[in-house]
Design a protein around this ligand. Structure first.
Ligand code: FDA
Length: 301
């Protein structure tokens, strides 16, 4: 718990975040971040595609407070969309509303997102709105509601640790949804704290959406959850093309390949770019054992 809190605290340290951007990929992040530029990222996606694995690409960045930075992020994501199309790779986009200016101005953020969703829809590329911390939950859903009146290539994430996720999954049952446990530190006024409660809610939400018939992305590295889902889809005759498993780039690589080989749809979340710091610290918080990766990288120079 102490290490978890330590890394969660580090993930929000703006000074270290800026320093990390300046000095490139370090501290072991290379193993979980697919490069700092589009060429390196596309190469990683092609390698995944060879193994029958699709990708959801995250141009890393979050909690942006400068308009210029949000516009830069928007332009980079538009370039990624062009690169997906030009390279004909099996991939779509994951993005975070705070990277596109949600903390600056709602309408400014919406306009940035609209440009992205509109460009992607020209190429039939799906855009997933990642869900961030509780403070951004409501405006993120409102953005989805408003953009969905014009576009149908949008989906989002339901985080099982929030009490209100049961209500949200009902409201968004007609969307393609990724279901996760939840990655941010949240108070007990809004979120379950106990792993048992989170896991129980996670399974409930997954089962609900699988039975609703809309496409479900089950995003977890937890083999207990994965084994439960395998059994559930078989018992309930859920077709293979109605769901996929997702894991993060660089995690449980053998299991990723194995699930794809077994015939399940598999999609790897591929983060890339120089704004890797917050993402990487949250991964260390989830699994402090990953600190081993850091030590190895630092001493293998
Ligand atoms: P968890 O960390 O609870 O681990 C459960 C068990 O699984 C462990 O005890 C261990 O046995 C096993 N295990 C886990 N990792 C392992 C490893 N690397 N090697 C071996 N065993 C391992 N969150 C969010 O808030 N918003 C979002 O938009 C997203 N998006 C997202 C996309 C994708 C593709 C993924 C995989 C995850 C997210 N998340 C997220 C993060 C998510 O909410 C969650 O924090 C992490 O996935 C960690 O939870 P897990 O379900 O993976 O298992």
């Amino acid at each position: 718990m102490v290490l978890k809190d330590f890394f969660m605290g580090m993930s929000q340290n703006q000074f270290l975040n800026n320093a990390a951007k300046k000095y490139g990929l370090k501290m072991g992040a290379q193993s979980v971040v697919a490069g700092t530029n589009i060429d390196e990222m596309i190469q990683s996606v092609k390698e995944l595609n060879i193994h029958g694995i699709s990708a959801t690409i995250d141009n890393l960045g979050e909690f942006v407070l400068e308009e210029e930075e949000a516009i830069k992020a928007k332009n980079q994501i538009l370039e990624v969309i062009e690169a997906i199309h030009a390279n004909e790779v099996d991939a779509h986009i994951s993005l975070k509303p705070t990277q596109l200016g949600l903390d600056i101005d709602y309408e400014f953020c919406k306009q940035n997102l609209k440009e992205i969703v509109s460009k992607a829809s020209e190429y039939a590329i799906f855009i997933n709105f990642d869900m961030e911390d509780y403070g951004h939950l409501k405006p993120s859903f409102t953005l989805i509601d408003e953009l969905s009146t014009e576009f149908d290539n949008i989906g989002t994430v339901i985080q099982a640790y929030f009490y209100e996720s049961v209500k949200n999954i009902e409201k968004y049952k007609d969307y393609r949804l990724r279901i996760v446990k939840g990655a941010y530190k949240e108070p007990e006024t809004v979120a379950y704290q106990d792993k048992k409660d989170i896991d129980q809610n996670f399974l409930k939400l997954i089962e609900y959406h699988l039975l609703s018939g809309k496409f479900t992305s089950i995003a977890t590295h937890d083999h207990h959850i994965i084994n439960h889902v395998k059994q559930f889809v078989e018992e309930n005759n859920i077709p293979l093309d109605k769901f996929e498993f997702q894991m993060l780039y660089g995690f449980r690589k053998e299991m990723q390949l194995e699930l794809a080989k077994e015939g399940y749809n598999f999609c790897t979340y591929v983060p890339f770019g120089d704004d890797w710091y917050g993402y990487y610290m949250r991964r260390l918080a989830e699994r402090p054992q990953n600190i081993k990766l850091v030590v190895k990288q630092v001493f293998n120079k």
